[in-house]
Write a protein that binds this ligand. Structure first.
Ligand code: EPU
Length: 337
């Protein structure tokens, strides 16, 4: 394994931030990963997947381990279902497309989400009415302390909205090496209720959509709202949609009766952070090379040479103004390093 020094991470994070790794190695198997973790020369490690959910605000004074484990295997199948394992370093969207091509259903609404398979359980990625947990069976992970493999069942992952055990009790303790999904071969559970998907499908007169039709609809919605990280550095939604209690919601509604919201439960209401940020006047604004995307205010972008610090300062300013105007605290979804 080649261990490089002083390596730029610009190509390894979708924000395109030019921070450096003191040391850098790309691992392609669990054995390599364990060997690197056991190497006493490097006591500090930083794990890097697809780099699609991090904002680098400083150089990394550690061995950056790029998780590049590849492979997709069918574990079992019946006439109705297939259980499929994808290694952590597989690109998420390519994996989704390969499932659709084989006629396996369940992941089509999650098309075009940036990042790799191994990081998808950490924040239980979700879009257009579907979350990762809906098809997730289990994942394998290496426990950093013992360097042994552990199997996490769906229950053990404790999934929630953009969260899991890997953001809580198991934070920084495990490295996910592969994920197993249960997908359908027939009688697909298609999720097309989301307004924008229905619109796309009816525009194309598709009343009984195929998996590919749904995926294409999702791709075109995402392409119309979300910038392509290859062209404009970004990390998808920068903030989570805040969930507020009933009293806070009543007060909020009395001042902002036109605000969109989703009722999560009778006592919890989710407010789209994109709406709050747009109303606060930030949509489409640019400050140096840091900015707020013109089509989706939830997405912060790097117009070229922004530093992580510049993007983070913009995020803090947005957070503060949203709090002042609406009395609602919005939290980053992205990991700030
Ligand atoms: N809105 C605005 N202004 C904006 C953006 C949104 O007013 O600039 C309003 C919209 O009009 C709509 C509401 O906010 O009423 C919701 O907008 P949208 O459907 O675009 O979804 P979102 O809540 O902003 C979430 C996810 C996205 C996911 C979409 C679709 C989070 C943090 N984000 O965004 O996930 O693609 O739903 O399901 O939950 C990501 O995680 O990187 C991501 C892109």
């Amino acid at each position: 394994m080649l261990i490089e020094s002083n390596k730029s991470l610009k190509e390894y994070n979708t924000f395109g931030i030019d921070c450096k790794a003191k040391y850098f190695v790309s691992v392609t198997t669990s054995d390599q990963l364990i060997a690197v973790l056991s190497d006493k020369k490097y006591d500090a490690h930083f794990l890097l997947g697809g780099g699609s959910n991090i904002l680098l605000t400083q150089d990394i004074n550690a061995l950056v381990i790029h998780l590049n484990l590849r492979g997709i295997t069918i574990l079992s199948e019946t006439e109705e279902q297939v259980q499929i394992e994808a290694m952590a370093g597989e690109n998420w969207h390519q994996f989704v497309l390969s499932c659709i091509e084989k006629g396996y259903g369940g992941l089509e609404n999650l098309s075009l989400i940036p990042g790799n398979v191994g990081t998808t359980p950490i924040q239980n990625i979700g879009a257009y009415g579907v979350e990762l947990k809906d098809t997730f069976e289990s994942c394998k992970a290496i426990e950093i302390e013992t360097k042994t493999e552990v199997l996490f069942s769906k229950k053990a992952c404790n999934f929630g909205y953009r969260t899991s055990v890997f953001k809580k009790d198991a934070r920084n303790k495990y490295i996910i090496t592969s994920v197993v999904f249960n997908l359908t071969k027939i009688n697909h559970k298609k999720s097309t209720a989301y307004g924008a998907i229905q619109e796309q499908l009816s525009n194309k007169n598709t009343s009984d959509p195929t998996l590919k039709n749904i995926s294409d609809a999702v791709i075109s919605i995402r392409e119309s709202k979300l910038p392509d990280p290859k062209k404009l550095g970004n990390s998808g939604s920068f903030f989570k949609n805040p969930v507020i209690d009933a009293d806070t919601f009543q007060l909020f509604r009395s001042h902002f009766p036109d605000a969109p919201f989703y009722e999560v439960s009778p006592t919890e209401f989710k407010i789209p952070a994109g709406w709050l940020i747009e109303q606060a006047g930030f949509k489409g604004k640019q400050y140096g090379d840091a900015g707020v995307h013109k089509n989706q205010a939830l997405v912060l972008v790097n117009y070229g040479n922004a530093t992580g610090g510049e993007i983070w300062n913009l995020a803090l300013r947005i957070q503060k103004e949203v709090k002042e105007i609406f009395g609602i605290h919005i939290e980053p979804e992205v990991n700030i390093i």
